[in-house]
Design a protein around this ligand. Sequence first.
Ligand code: ADP
Length: 829
Amino acid sequence: EENYSQFLHTKIINLLKKRKITQFYPPQWEAIKPGLEGNNLVVSIPTASGKTLIAEIIALQKFLKASEESKNEPKKRKKILYLCPLKALANEKHKEFKKSWGDLGIRVGISTSDVDQSDFRVFFNDLIILTNEKADSLIRLNPKLIENIQMVICDEIHLINDDSRGITLEFLLTRLMTLNPNIQIVGLSATIKNANELAEWLKAKLITSDWRPVKLKEGFYLKNKIEFKDGSIRKVPYLPKMDDVSNLTIEMVKEGGQVLVFCNSRRSAVSVAESLPNKIKLASKPEDLPLYKKLQEDFKKEAEDSLEVSKKIYKCLRGGVAFHHAGLSRSQLDFIVKNFNNHAIKVICCTPTLAAGVNTPARRVIIKTLYRYTSDKGSVLIPIMEYKQMAGRAGRPQFDPYGEVVILGSNPDKLTENAITYINGESEDIYSKLSDEDRLQSHILSLIVSKNANTKDLIINFLKNTFYYYQLKHGTYILDEDSEYSFRFPNNTFKRRTKKKKIAANFGKRKDPLNIDNSENSFISAQDYLKSHKTHEKPKSSEEENTFKAEKELNTRIQKIITFFLEKDLIITQKNEKNVFVPTKFGKITSQSYVSPKDAVLIREDIIYALVLLQNKELELNTISWLHLITKPSGFHKLFLRKSDYTPINSFIEDFADNLIMEEIYTYGQKDYSDFAQEIKLTMILRDWISEIPEPDIVEHFNIGSGDLRRIINNAQWFLRTAAQISRLDADASVTKEFSDINLRVSHGIKHSLIPLVKLKGIGRIRARKLYNSGYTTIKLIKSAPLEKLAVVPLIGEKLARSIHEQILNPNAKPKSIIKRTPKKKIIK
Ligand code: ADP
């Protein structure tokens, strides 16, 4: 057996010893060696098979070597970027790395602030953890940063395929590669079918493997039996009056294992969780019962709010059960994951977001359904890749002898055929999403603003380094039949459907699909069948032909975008060099605020239109007008509408029709009505928030989660900041002030009257209201109030009263900590 101590830095060896890692897993061996030689890597291996450690070892070795060569001069140390898709993941990695790397004298930093905030200070660190969007925004503002990067670790790189966010990751990687070819790129991916394409694009060595640290048994559940792919059948004891999920969780908890139940909606996750606590309590070992009591006590301390959802979690915890979805608050999610990982919680019912997020292995993973509801196509089958990610959560190394995935379904025939298709199936191919016009615009503008490419030819040359161009050239995209030069994605669903039908036909032979006892295991015949029917290869046209078409495609698209930019005053041509583009002030604001050009144009035109309407006395301009304006951009995350939403929305529209900046007010049934109604719902929520309605009431009234409210507030702040900037171009200062004031109100959730008070440190929406209601309505009144009187205002107290007075008397004094953190030398221009 090979031993890693032969070639690793002693500091790394000690670190591994401390973490009790005595051996690398086989795919780790395979990846670490070429990685240490400096190759770019694409590592496409199953979830939980140790991808992070691969990247960590390569990065540490590289870093330690380089910093020894530069005699440990911190200034000369080149940076390592760690990119991941979610803030929650970034925070988790930051905690993890800070603990282990910090000991080696390596500075580990994170920035999770909003994308339009330019906190370059994070680049003073050696290892920098950022979300893809944050990294893209910092680097497009200051491309020089790229020179100082020696390595980029890209976690979940398969998300290049993501419809809304993939393009940013692809552009970021392209920019890094193009502007600094010396950067070593390590891409970590879930298992995907065309990982080879990704690797070839990145000029990387490809590591693939289906090795897993814990054996995985995959199967489906019918009539109290689990049929596994390996041919085994597990009988689950019959319990009267129990549904499938209850049966399967009770059995597993009795055995001493934990269970994740993946559901296809938040509502389903909650209701399944609510059905379990009593049953799980009965199934639990006596020594677990005090743990559940403690869970409830600990949670009570966390959740002082009176939210319905908190009450629900509290109730579930009595049986060691919880639910997990994106509507919960950060601290609730952390609480649940932490207590699942320390075995106090036995069952989590969750939405698929848990599979893509933090590490939560369980002995049994139940997939309640393979269908998902979508607003446009109704009920559809999920991608196989998503199934694999959920399945990857099964089996906890060291604790579980094996992991089990059990698929459920309501229709027995469909279940059998779907389960076999998914369990035997390969993950889908991934595709570049540069075909998205709006998002491409945003990135093209950033190329011009950052001067990375400011002529049409340079832009096209840049785009030739993208995954998009690679896939066009290699014929991965299928030509659209209607138009010679526009492309669409190959229809994956269609391919899968036909394959499934054939398998189903094979099962026609089995007279009674439910009578499993008498038949062989369903997987055996399916495998034989698949072996004899090779899947259909896609026809490839010649590379020459593809290249010609790809160039033509790029040329047409870029020309269209440039025309739009010129028309909308985002760029102009340079005076003496007509082919060189220069951003206008508007173009710069748009790029820096990180909103899409279409959204920026919408905001600008709406502001101008509002002023025209106002002049013609056709509009009563007020806060509702501006709030509605900033909910319109496509970048504002919209909420799903329920049937019951329409009545209040309609009456709101009637009440405020005179305040809305629109050419036409849509009514129910009209073509653009549903988009409009979604904007109005957001407007209503924001209006309540800045009317000081308590958070629990808003959340309940609109039937949303606290997480949703946070997201809406964040989005609103972002677009209000942007609108304030844009308004400077055409409107007078009062409009800008209006946007800034509303932004302040949205940030704190306050009425206009509290604006001066919340500017004081330590004073938020609740304390400001207490001060105001006690007669302290202005800073002047607070200043002249005696300390003792101020201190007796509810929730203020002596300490805060003193701090308030100090702040007012000494407005220019900055807290010490801020001065200390300001860098002495500015490195950013
Ligand atoms: P992935 O990113 O592939 O989903 P992780 O990197 O999160 O997986 O690793 C899963 C778990 O396995 C982590 O808890 C990690 O500490 C552990 N692990 C990784 N490599 C080893 C190893 N060689 N020996 C023991 N445990 C390991």
